[in-house]
Design a protein around this ligand. Structure first.
Ligand code: ADP
Length: 623
């Protein structure tokens, strides 16, 4: 509206200005030619100084009522002849003419023109023209333009209000719907279609878009709901499966614990009595008996190794293998492994070589016992699978990754290329099953898992016919270890049972007579030890109260009362509470060992009893 009005005003003003300018220029042109004609007619009167004739010439202007005054001046600017439309005007005739040319003043056009005769100026003619006509025109134009302007604005207003109804309103409605949808996120809202024109089309498309979004939204919601249901279902299934797995895992652990217990008990007798027979210097065995006994002992040890390894594997797989990572002196481990494997190497005619390292120079971030187990596995394999008169070389390399590589190189037959990928698979002996070299096929499986639990890696390279290089890479520690404890932990030292001046009483409580018998035989070698047997827990407690032994050896699984309860009872009785108690049991489960040691048992000896360790433990407890 405003723009329309302004345009109209501008257009009209331009038109009026143009009209007035053109009117004035036409009038001026007309008056100039009139002045020229009058001038030409006045040359004779001027030449002959006949002002009357001049007056007569001017009188001819009466016919044009626009001319108010007409005056002819002589060259020296004196009135020669004059004409005025009225008497009043006659009195206003100027005595001297205005400057030549034309000018508009107070509603009049003043025109002054020279009069020439033969190119010689002989006078001047002055005309005063009334511009009333032009003023009247201005007013007329003004009135017409105002009416046109008013009418145009009225029409524009009427049209714009109609247009607003047709165009703006539907667009405003559409915008409002868009706003509501974007604020409420309610895609079921629709814009109202009011016409079949472009705007109606726009509204229709917008509604179509809303329909599509709504459909997609609802499909998405359905999929989301379905997914949630499915996730819930799966979670329930997963939980059930997990519970099942935990149950069966628990059952497996129980089974393994029982199996291990059941197997260890007879193994205790087999290995124990074999050791006793080997130790009995008073009644030496004949050669063939010694040989047979060695076979029994070796088969027994193999069986025990198998039990221990299967148990280890099952502990690792069920997540029950606890490891304690600490700073460990590498030299301690290697020394320990060398002392164990040296006899085996000598027996197999293998030279055991190693890179020298100073004590306290390299510390590793590992579990001392489990790391030793892995190194032992690699070195004994290197000896077992070597050629006669071969060699084994243990080397070390510090890697840039903050790890140390311990390598074991042998000169054996190497590993066939087609068997390489099976080497860490449990129970796979790469075709050596049933051969003369003893083994279980799970040593490397366990080693790999243990090394990974210690944040390390294990690997090998092998040239068939030339030998293999097995290596482990484990983190180096920046702190130094508490060595004395580790030495104790690692050593299967050669300490022997010290003789005491005073006789010490050892009470052994176990429900299996053959176990009592075996330990009695062990201890009979020491004249200053008095062995007191008890075949059940309650008897054992009574005997402890009356005989006050220096040490109690306690079985854990007994029918009348388990060893842990018996331990608590003994610790609650004033007379017996200071007596050291060692657990002697076929239960080798880690968690049970930990539990007993936490309760206050001095030591935990697993069956089959390793005589050396057993005696060291008794010696320590009594002192
Ligand atoms: P085990 O030695 O008890 O059989 P391991 O898991 O330690 O079990 O080794 C798996 C198999 O890998 C062995 O049976 C043997 O065939 C092969 N092996 C291991 N170490 C070597 C080696 N240094 N040289 C050749 N073969 C080896």
């Amino acid at each position: 509206m405003l723009i329309t009005g302004l345009s109209l005003i501008l257009a009209c003003t331009a038109f009026v200005i143009y009209e007035l300018a053109s009117f004035k220029s036409t009038l001026t042109r007309e008056m100039v030619s009139l002045a020229n004609i009058i001038g030409a007619n006045s040359t004779a009167p001027l030449e002959f100084n006949d002002s009357e004739a001049g007056n007569e010439t001017l009188k001819g202007l009466e016919a044009d009522n626009r001319i108010l005054k007409a005056v002819i001046y002589t060259n020296d600017n004196k009135i020669f002849s004059s004409y005025a439309r009225t008497n009043k005007l006659n009195q206003e005739i100027p005595h001297r003419h205005p400057p030549e040319g034309d000018s508009v003043q107070e509603g009049f056009l003043n025109l002054v023109q020279p009069i020439f005769l033969d190119k010689r100026k002989i006078g001047v003619i002055y005309l005063q023209v009334d511009l009333k006509e032009m003023t009247a025109r201005i007013w007329k134009y003004g009135a017409i333009l105002t009416s046109v302007l008013f009418l145009s604005i009225l029409v524009a207003y009427l049209m714009s209000s109609r247009l607003e109804q047709w165009v703006s309103q539907p667009i405003l409605n559409l915008i409002e719907t868009v706003d509501r949808v974007s604020i409420t996120k309610d895609f079921s809202l629709r814009a109202k279609k009011e016409s079949d024109d472009e705007i109606g089309f726009l509204v229709e498309r917008f509604n179509d878009m809303l329909i599509q979004i709504e459909e997609k939204n609802s499909a998405l919601q359905t999929a989301h709901d379905e997914l949630e249901d499915r996730v819930e279902e799966r979670t329930i299934e997963f939980r059930q499966a997990k519970e099942e797995a935990q149950k069966s895992n628990h059952a497996k652990s129980e089974f393994l614990a029982n199996m291990s217990h059941e197997l260890r008990t007879p193994m205790n007798s087999i290995l124990g009595f074999s050791q006793l027979l080997q130790m009995d210097s008073a009644n030496p065995l004949k050669d063939y008996q010694q040989k047979n006994l060695n076979s029994i002992a070796s088969a027994g040890s193999h069986l025990l190794e198998l039990i221990n390894e299967v148990l280890d594997l099952s502990r690792i797989e069920s997540g029950n293998m606890g490891i304690s990572i600490e700073a460990v002196d590498l030299l301690l481990i290697v020394d320990n492994v060398l002392s164990i494997t040296q006899p085996m190497a000598s027996k197999n005619d293998i030279t055991l070589k190693y890179e020298e390292i100073p004590a306290n120079s390299i510390f590793l971030e590992v579990d001392a016992l489990r790391f030793k187990q892995v190194v032992l596995n690699l070195v004994s394999n290197a000896i077992k699978y070597n050629k006669p008169n071969g060699s084994v070389f243990i080397s070390y390399k510090q890697l840039g990754t903050g790890k140390l590589q311990l390598g074991v190189q042998d000169t054996g037959n190497g590993i066939p290329k087609d068997k390489i990928e099976n080497i860490f698979k449990p129970f796979d002996r790469l075709g050596l099953e049933g051969g003369s070299i003893e083994g279980t096929g799970i040593g490397l499986t366990i080693s790999k898992k243990l090394i990974e639990m210690m944040n390390g890696t294990i690997g090998f390279t092998s040239n068939p016919g030339e030998g293999s290089f097995f290596f482990i890479e484990v983190p180096i520690s920046n702190t130094s270890p508490s060595s004395p404890e580790q030495i104790e932990k690692l050593s299967s030292s050669n300490e022997t049972f010290s003789n005491h001046d005073k006789t010490k009483k050892v009470l052994y409580i176990d429900d299996i007579p053959i176990n009592l018998n075996l330990v009695e035989k062990y201890l009979s070698h020491f004249s200053n030890l008095e062995f007191i047997p008890a075949s059940n827990a309650l008897d054992g407690i009574e005997i402890a109260k009356t005989q006050l032994p220096d040490l109690i050896l306690m079985d854990i699984h007994m029918p009348d009362m388990d060893g842990l309860t018996a331990f608590k009872k003994l610790k609650s009785i004033k007379e017996t509470q200071e007596i050291p108690i060692i657990a002697v049991t076929a239960d080798a489960m880690d968690k049970n060992i930990k539990k007993a040691l936490n309760m206050g048992f001095k030591d935990y000896i697993t069956k089959p009893i390793d005589l050396k360790n057993f005696l060291i433990s008794i010696n320590k407890a009594i002192n």
